[in-house]
Design a protein around this ligand. Structure first.
Ligand code: HEM
Length: 583
């Protein structure tokens, strides 16, 4: 079919000047429409939002709002200071006069978390996520999100997570052996210096590769990679680049993220991220094809590999799933970088902070070790069932480990990890934006918001386009939920009757810790992450004494990375220097 009717084509050819004028007029019309849209929707609307009447800090700049304050302080600190000053509901300014509302009220949080279609991720956040990991679950919204989440949640069921933990044990022991060899080589009184962050990043990367799609990056031994491991190397490089390109987001990057197709505005680092994403995508499609062929060859019910990608492919190919609910190949492939991006950095940072606490608190370290040792087979106090490694494991006959459920029979270890997750949440703030005008209810016992005009509000009125911040780090620090000692690191708070009481307050997927969020977008990998963190900490403490090398060295949380990683104050690059020796 012709693009234009014949008479129109002939007319345009005959009157080139008129055609030129029409094109100019049309372009001007589109430009005016866009400017009007920006003025009414994006730039003017925030000045009429009811959020302006909420208490909150003054904005020092129209362009930056209060964003610079957030960046200049430690992760989550600005939100917490505002919460202390203005109470459970407050608002502040984002870029270009936009409003951002933050609440610690339980009912309001529950409402926001459970109304995923009313409160979506902001476009700039989604664009960044898309650049990093493609159109996977963490990026998706609406019906696409629901369809993807249903299948992905199925892959993360208890039974599957239990199977995946075998691989985590194997890799954790591999790290132990590498560390043993380091100590062996070290002359200084059987101690070795390691960068805890770097090693844990390598370990969790290998774990994600194997559990995610049955692929051993062997990053722990990356120095010894040979040419045959090119594919792995290529992927390792691609994902590392993708993750690292999220560092230090600048104002320009923010604008770039607002304009998804504006390649000209992409920074060099983001170009690398885009290339990395293309590599991951191509390799992902290759992997998917291999898995499909494997499943077709063996039949859907045959005992097969149980990495997450195979589980997704199998669930998706099952005749029980109606065609309309199946994921496309693109959707399945998009989950691979999604798991890596969502699961790698977050778990790495959490374990790194756990090691930092262990290194700087010998008493806590000894308590965890004592609990592990008393539960070992042969100990008179052991009540924990142990499993030998399965026959395909290289550790078979050499090692044993507590069974999956028995890991929870280490209450102090469990409480310790909960406390790390509470005080060092990998994602200190999660952002949402209202897709329509709406009203967020508050708890019945909430005394009301003291508004700027002197009135008392009993609900939060929100205008389309207003941002909502879920201030995880600050909520986790709240004295309302954790008492006067909320800021102190105290694993004991999770133990006994006191701990049980704590388990009921917040609308979070993990009892009373917002770190994995809650509601329709809660972390799908949280059980897996908990198992991974426990196994890694268990293995390290069982085998090593961890020390902090220099009491004068200050470790701070870096604010401008995607997650809040440790950094030595005054030095470049994230790291966690540790000294290790054998137990
Ligand atoms: C300590 C480790 C982890 C932490 C603290 C964490 C935290 C979170 C948080 C806060 C969210 C919600 C983000 C938002 O909506 O703004 C999330 C979502 C998600 N997480 Fe995790 N996560 C961890 C580990 C993992 C692991 C190991 C995986 C996968 C293997 C994973 C996969 C995902 C996915 C796919 C989503 C998107 C869920 C959705 O939007 O429906 N996470 N995570």
């Amino acid at each position: 079919m012709a693009l234009f009717p014949d008479f129109l084509g002939t007319f345009l050819l005959k009157h080139p000047f008129l055609t030129f004028i029409v094109v100019i007029l049309l372009s001007a019309l589109i430009l005016v429409y866009y400017i009007l849209y920006l003025l009414t929707g994006g730039l003017i609307r925030p000045h009429f939002s009811p959020a302006l009447n909420l208490p909150g800090p003054k904005s020092p700049s129209y362009l930056w709002g209060n964003v610079k304050t957030i960046r200049d302080l430690l992760p989550g600190q600005a939100h917490h200071e505002w919460y202390e000053q203005y109470g459970d509901v407050f608002a502040y300014k984002g870029f270009f006069g936009t409003n951002r509302i933050c609440t610690h009220d339980v009912r309001a949080l529950q409402y926001v978390l459970n109304h995923g279609e009313e409160f979506t991720k902001p476009e700039e956040v989604r664009n960044t996520l898309k650049k990093l990991g493609g159109e996977g679950l963490i990026w998706a919204e609406g019906a696409v999100h629901k369809r993807q989440r249903r299948v992905v949640l199925n892959a993360f069921n208890n039974n599957n997570v239990r199977q995946l933990t075998e691989v985590i044990w194997e890799k954790a022991l591999e790290l132990r052996d590498v560390w043993f060899s380091r100590i062996g080589k070290s002359a200084a009184a059987a101690r070795a210096s390691v960068d805890g962050l770097d090693w844990i990043a390598k370990l969790t990367f290998d774990i994600m590769g194997l559990t995610g799609f049955g692929f051993d990056f062997n990053y722990i031994n990356i120095d010894n990679l040979d040419a045959e491991e090119q594919d792995a190397d290529e992927l390792v490089k691609a994902i590392k680049q993708a993750v690292e390109s999220g560092d230090n987001p600048s104002f320009l990057a923010f604008i770039g993220a607002m304009l998804p197709r504006s390649k000209m505005l992409l920074r060099l680092k983001e170009k690398i991220a885009a290339e990395a994403h293309d590599t991951m995508h191509a390799l992902g499609l290759k992997l998917l094809q291999e898995k499909k062929e494997e499943i077709l060859k063996l039949g859907p019910n045959e005992e097969q590999r149980s990495d997450l990608c195979s589980l997704l492919v199998r669930a998706n190919m099952s005749p029980d799933v109606p065609e309309s609910l199946r994921l496309s190949d693109e959707d399945v492939v998009a989950q691979i970088p999604t798991f890596l991006i969502a699961g790698h950095e977050t778990t790495t940072t959490t374990v790194a902070w756990a090691l930092y606490i262990i290194a700087t608190n010998p008493e806590i370290q000894n308590k965890i070790r004592r609990e592990i040792i008393t539960s070992l087979p042969g100990s008179s106090m052991s009540a924990v069932p142990f499993t030998p490694f399965t026959p395909f494991s290289p550790f078979h006959g050499r090692e044993s480990h507590p069974e999956f459920e028995a890991l929870n029979d280490h209450p102090y270890l469990d409480a310790f990890i909960k406390e790390v997750l509470r005080l060092y949440p990998a994602l200190p703030v999660s952002r949402r934006v209202a897709t329509k005008d709406c009203v967020i209810p508050l708890s019945p016992e909430f005394p009301g918001i003291k508004c700027k005009d002197g009135s008392i509000a009993h609900q939060i009125r929100v205008q389309k386009g207003d941002g909502i911040d879920i201030a995880t780090a600050s909520i986790n620090l709240s004295r309302t939920f954790f008492g006067e000692d909320a800021a102190e690191f105290k694993p004991e708070r999770w133990l006994g009757a006191k701990g049980e009481k704590l388990h009921t307050m917040l609308p979070s997927i993990m009892p009373n810790i917002m770190t994995f969020l809650g509601g329709s977008r809660a972390c799908v990998g949280y059980k897996f992450a908990m198992a991974e963190i426990k196994i890694v900490i268990y293995t390290i403490i069982r085998n090593f004494r961890i020390e902090f090398p220099d009491p004068n060295m200050e470790i701070i949380r870096k604010n401008d990375a995607i997650v809040a990683r440790p950094l030595v104050k005054g030095q470049q690059g994230n790291q966690l220097p540790l000294r290790i020796r054998r137990v």
